[in-house]
Design a protein around this ligand. Structure first.
Ligand code: HAM
Length: 418
């Protein structure tokens, strides 16, 4: 048997309805805030991600890169911020409106070590707001993520916040951090010794116990922010407080992607294990320029749909369940099937989900099929019923049944629906 590759999974029908529910909640919420959906390609030129995420970052290294038949280097998208920015530039939206607010839903691909909550194909729902540099936008974006979790009923989430400054002040902090880490190099894990070279901020994110001890004493970026970054961060904190949104400042919060500036945040679900970030984002005020565009500030976030569903399950929150057929129509003989076909169409016109028997099996085996599928109502149409223009309606829960006239079905349908 050929199995699916490691780290990618089928989403079976009973789960699809959960994804659809999350997607519906997100898109209706985001459109209330003025965001429109955008769909970018599943693969892009690899260079787009190598330049934006950073070749040496985890996300940069975890890319699925391949060559097409003409030898072009392409990559399955590991995230969607860079593609959204590319689309913004490619379609000259800067010239048209400058501001662009979009959301997206879809699969992302990263060659990670799979574990609970970490996959090689996973789905993100995210938003990007391009064109506004004011801290009011940061507050609104974080509030929108907060609203989303309220909407789907995840109560236990925690918001962590930090500012990582800008290209003016961050290099100075990085120097200070490097100075400190250099003195403690032998206590750092091999990964952090490499991070020291190419992305020193990522050392702050290490979970290794020894590194944690070193990090605890490390200088804080908050003390090195320039005046502009500092007052921006202050406004974000005040704005969130004014809206009653609780947050924790985590001075060691950094992000795995290179493009961030100023405000960054993560929403954590404490009911999950190691992979507990269900939503992450921040400002990326330099990315558009770095990708060849004008200097335009921007901010966004993305949440991992699988992790949101895991958290809901852990919190034992009801997730709307499968969209099973409401009625199964069991038929006997050719006339029974023809009448069943007519009846099914009638019910489907009334938006009722119906599965019609398409087999030549006996009635008992059709009934046991409906029971196994968990369908509550069965309509039975044998030759006798067809002649009398009647149908037997069986309630599979109680095992009771009654005969109905076709002409009077409408009254009973309302009862079944409710
Ligand atoms: P990210 O932190 O790399 O940020 O991913 C966002 C979210 O995707 C994470 O918080 C997590 O819930 C989920 N996620 C990431 N990797 C995996 C995985 N291997 N398996 C399952 N879920 C995963 C970004 O992608 C940025 N583009 C977010 C952003 C938008 N920043 C600004 N705008």
């Amino acid at each position: 048997m050929i199995r699916s590759p490691r780290g990618v999974e089928d989403i079976l029908p009973s789960q699809v309805s959960q994804y659809q529910w999350i997607e519906k909640e997100a898109s209706s919420l985001f459109s209330l805030y003025g965001y429109e959906e955008v769909r970018t390609p599943i693969f892009e030129r690899a260079e787009l991600f190598l330049r934006s995420l950073g070749e040496e970052t985890d996300a940069g290294k975890q890319m699925y890169i391949f060559q097409d038949k003409k030898g072009r280097r392409l990559a399955l998208r590991p995230e969607a911020t860079a593609p959204v920015v590319r689309a913004y530039l490619q379609h000259n939206l800067y010239g048209k409106t400058r501001e662009w607010r979009v959301y997206y839903l879809g699969s992302m691909f990263r060659y990670e070590r799979p574990q609970a909550g970490r996959y090689r194909e996973f789905r993100q729902i995210g938003i990007e707001a391009i064109g506004e540099g004011s801290p009011y936008l940061d507050v609104e974006i974080i509030e929108m993520a907060h609203q989303f979790f309220k909407r789907v009923g995840l109560d236990k989430v925690e918001l962590q916040l930090n500012s990582i400054g800008c290209r003016k002040c961050r290099p100075f902090y990085e120097e200070k951090l490097k100075e400190y880490l250099k003195k403690n190099m032998d206590r750092l894990c091999p990964t952090c010794q490499r991070r020291y070279q190419y992305n020193v901020l990522r050392v702050l994110d290490c979970k290794n116990e020894n590194c944690q001890l070193v990090i605890r004493e490390a200088p804080w970026i908050g003390e090195y922010l320039c005046e502009d970054c500092s007052s921006h961060f202050q406004s974000v904190k005040e704005g969130l407080k004014a809206l009653g949104i609780k947050f924790q400042i985590n001075p060691h919060l950094v992000r795995g992607l290179d493009y961030y500036t100023r405000t960054i945040f993560e929403i954590i679900s404490p009911v999950l294990g190691a992979q507990n970030a269900i939503c992450s984002g921040g400002r990326y005020d330099d990315l558009i320029e770095e990708l060849g565009g004008p200097s335009v500030p921007a901010m966004g976030f993305a949440m991992g749909v699988e992790r949101v569903l895991l958290a809901l399950r852990e919190e034992k929150k009801g997730i709307p369940y499968k969209r099973l057929p409401l009625i199964y129509i069991a038929t006997l003989g050719r006339e029974g099937w023809r009448a069943g076909y007519e009846l099914a169409n009638l019910l489907r016109l009334k938006e009722i989900r119906v599965q019609l028997n398409t087999s030549k099996r006996k009635l008992s085996s059709q009934l046991s099929f409906a029971a196994k599928r968990g369908i509550r109502w069965v309509m039975i149409l044998g030759e006798e019923e067809v002649k009398k223009r009647r149908v037997i309606l069986r309630d599979m829960n109680s095992g009771t049944q009654k005969e109905l006239e076709w002409e009077k079905l409408e009254e009973n349908i309302e009862e079944i629906k409710s």
